[in-house]
Design a protein around this ligand. Structure first.
Ligand code: 5GP
Length: 118
């Protein structure tokens, strides 16, 4: 196995470590964050490892689009679409990224306030 594929999230995608999976298809997997910051906190990841948003290429447009559409579908299924929610991608050091496997945070279920603290 290519070590670039061996992130904690790729292990979840492959079913090697447990997670509360809410959705999966040929391109993406979605599961609940282990340390949720909001009542709904779901992570949506590409099945194939892309380390960061800064690493995407034109070849990744389909999976990037799928991640956003799946986020909207999960938000609707979770019952948070009407009130609204936030989707967020942290990129590299200054973005506060901890896991170097691209992921979209879907967060909602309460008012989230301003976007970034000054
Ligand atoms: P980042 O800071 O990289 O954008 O976010 C990483 C997120 O992954 C964090 O919110 C953290 O709680 C979550 N996380 C880290 N390890 C695991 C894990 O093993 N399982 C799950 N479900 N979430 C994880």
């Amino acid at each position: 196995m290519d070590m670039a594929e061996d992130t904690i999230f790729s292990k979840i995608v492959r079913g090697e470590i447990p997670a509360d999976i809410v959705y999966r298809d040929d391109l993406v997997t979605a599961f609940r964050d282990i340390n949720p910051l909001t009542p709904t906190h779901v992570l949506i990841v590409p099945n194939e490892t892309i380390p960061t948003l800064a690493d995407v290429s034109a070849d990744d447009e389909a999976v990037l689009g799928r991640m956003l559409r799946v986020a909207a579908d999960i938000a609707a299924a979770e019952g948070i679409a009407e009130d609204g929610y936030r989707v967020m991608i942290n990129c590299r050091d200054h973005g506060g990224q901890e896991v170097y496997h691209l992921h979209l945070h879907l967060m909602g279920g309460r008012p989230l306030g301003g976007m970034v603290r000054r």
